[in-house]
Write a protein of this length. Structure first.
Length: 382
């Protein structure tokens, strides 16, 4: 399909500049009104911003190629690039919608720490509509985005309800008000298995390969398979120890540190990335209980306190294995599982609706890039 006369075919480097973020270590941040962005999104706040207005933030190291939009001044740190009004003539929100379709997350050339070279990004081709058309596209996509946000908010409320049930039954793990016995995660893991990381160097996406669960796929207590990466079988075969069997809890160790997910039936046979740890717990009530225990505020604070930083903050297997948890009687664990079962069903229902909206959003993105967004009178109901 040919482009309209007012549109042009360009490369990304012709329409914007990726500026480098600025370092702001966690110890130097003073909690304030301005978000601090890392490659995986908001990582904290600070009393002053580095940018002067709205920006698009692009992951440079770690979660490279990931896109975030901030309508307010913020502080993108040195693991990111950013685009502001001085580095493009395009609508920034339009750019934030277009960039995810350019495959920036596949452009890694780094051997050790995954990273995005901006010169590689600059070479990516795209279709450029006039500014007025960009803003019209944004209006449509924002409508769907608002619906997606509402569904996500509903899931977040259900997550908080699950934590409320946990605290009601067990109390704050740091205080252990019921005097339950305690043990380490390492001792509670299956005796014939061990807590471990996954694939160190997964290579390029391999369309017919083995699914690889990355830290960004841990969402809402489950593995989100909507954007799952696949790796070559010969690479995955070297990491059989971290292949998922269906009896695991997954924990984010780099990027979204402390994110927790239970492995489902559809995840069996997949492998995990180096930024994810698997905790094998075959006992179902114990596994469900521990997953919620690890989400508790006190354990999440322990994770933050135990971070090790070389290239970027990391939760090591040693610290994860030494995590101390309460171990209530089996009957109490089973009662907890029964109480949260209905909450999980509601979460699943909301997540299905969110997935449908995600599919619609992606479809509209692609149609917008091909100037097909106005084929129907109302793309949202088409």
């Amino acid at each position: 399909m040919s482009l309209p006369s007012a549109w042009s075919r360009v490369t990304l480097g012709e329409i914007c500049e990726f500026k480098y973020g600025k370092s702001l270590p966690a110890k130097s941040r003073i909690p304030g009104d301005f978000h601090v962005y890392g490659s995986n999104g908001v990582v904290g706040t600070h009393v002053k911003p580095f940018t002067s207005g709205p920006v698009v933030v692009i992951g440079r190291k770690g979660s490279f190629g990931e896109i975030h939009y901030s309508k307010n001044p913020c502080w993108p740190i040195d693991t990111t690039y950013y685009i502001d009004v001085n580095s493009t003539q395009c609508d920034l929100k339009w750019l934030s919608y277009v960039l995810p379709s350019l495959g920036l997350t596949t452009l890694n050339r780094a051997a050790a720490i995954p990273g995005l070279n901006r010169e590689d990004a600059y070479r990516q081709p795209l279709s450029l509509p006039p500014l007025a058309e960009q803003r019209r596209i944004v209006q449509v996509l924002e409508r769907v985005d608002a619906l997606r946000s509402k569904r996500q908010q509903a899931v977040a409320l259900l997550d908080r309800l699950t934590q409320s049930i946990f605290l009601e039954m067990f109390g704050n793990p740091r205080e252990n008000p019921n005097g339950w016995p305690v043990d380490s995660l390492a001792n509670l893991a299956d005796s014939d298995d061990r807590i471990n990381y996954g694939v160190v160097q997964p290579g390029d996406d391999f369309s017919e390969g083995v699914p690889l669960v990355r830290v960004g796929d841990l969402s809402g207590g489950r593995v989100d398979r909507s954007a799952i990466k696949r790796i070559a079988p010969q690479i995955e075969a070297k990491y059989s120890r971290s292949r998922l069997r269906g009896n695991e809890i997954l924990v984010g160790c780099v990027g979204s540190i402390g994110s927790v997910a239970l492995v489902g039936k559809s995840d069996v046979g997949s492998n995990i990335a180096r930024a994810v740890a698997r905790i094998p717990i075959s006992d179902v009530p114990l596994r469900e209980y521990l997953a919620e225990h690890l989400r508790s505020a006190s354990v999440q604070q322990y994770f933050r306190d135990e971070l090790r930083t070389v290239a970027q903050p990391t939760l090591n297997i040693k610290q994860l294995s030494e995590t101390v948890v309460m171990v209530p009687p089996v009957k109490v664990q089973v009662d907890f599982g029964t109480r949260i079962a209905e909450v999980r069903r509601q979460k699943h229902r909301q997540s299905v609706h969110r997935s449908l909206l995600d599919s619609l959003f992606i479809s509209l993105q692609h149609r917008a890039l091909r100037d097909e967004l106005w084929v129907n009178a109302d793309p949202i109901t088409a």
